[in-house]
Design a binder for this molecule. Sequence first.
Ligand code: NAD
Length: 319
Amino acid sequence: MKKALVCGAGGFIGGHLVEKLKAEGYWVRGVDIKAHEFRTSSADEFLQLDLRRPENCWAALSTAGGTFDEVYQLAADMGGMGFIHSAECDIMHNSALINIYMIDIAVKLGVPRYFFSSSVCVYRDMQPGEPEMTEAEAIPANPDNEYGWEKLYAERIAQAYARHNPIEVRIARFQNCYGPYGTWTGGREKAPAAMCRKIAEVEDGSTIEVWGDGSAIRSYTYVGDMVDGIYLLMQSDLEGAANIGCPQYVTVDELVATVAKVAGKTIHVKHIEGPVGVQSRNFSNARIYSLGWQAKVFLEEGIRYTYPWIESQVKAARM
Ligand code: NAD
């Protein structure tokens, strides 16, 4: 039986990845600084560890009778645009420490295969209608925020270790990911979860506030598709970063309209000042497509899987 370590298993994508690896027949250790907020992890073992400390990375990566076959590093100090623009020092400090220690100790313990979760935040801002950007076009770099710079550094440290040591590194640059069992309130939630929450909280015919003018263009990838892509990439020979994203691009206003439709509510939007992030996104998925991956769940279907869960959380929080 293959052994996998999932760091960030108490979080949104890491939690779904644990389920995926269990379904694939792995023995799984999950590690996170906190337990999963929304469900009991099905990991065979779950260790609560602060991975900013090297001794905790040793504990996470050490296993009786050999090494982990696969290490998935998803732990990060992470949030939506509001968090990314306010917690710059925490992101640069905490996530960098995790990534510096994890790859170094993984190499020292002889881990053969290591996955790092990067982000499309490594790319510069784009204008609507620009041709698709490929992975190579992240350099010369000009990310919009410090979160993107940290991801770029973490990609490069992992790749440097792979050039000098017997470890295979796989890197995915995730588009915005959404689905059930993710942060939906508290300031770290991302746009799809925030819109689901705002609409679940109000009556039919109400007005919700949305940061920016609503024209920013994004693609949103359903978490089930994302973990399928992560797994496929990890099993592959594809070196270098690979974008993983749904090819459906929508404006923020279209996201709101989709959530309102799924909720069965008429919702009016008041655009207000706020941290919007980049204006546009348009990335090539050719590298991940070359492995046979394609997004199966487009936005409306994914919101149909996500909205009822967030609505139930909103209702439970009121009780
Ligand atoms: P998340 O915040 O739900 O999960 C990250 C987990 O890391 C959290 O559970 C957190 O507790 C844990 N963590 C933070 N600091 C830690 C520490 N010091 N020690 C141990 N664990 C620690 O976020 P997510 O959405 O599941 O994201 C997973 C990964 O994917 C992250 O690396 C993130 O940057 C990346 N990513 C996510 C998206 C997205 O849209 N969700 C997009 C691009 C990239």
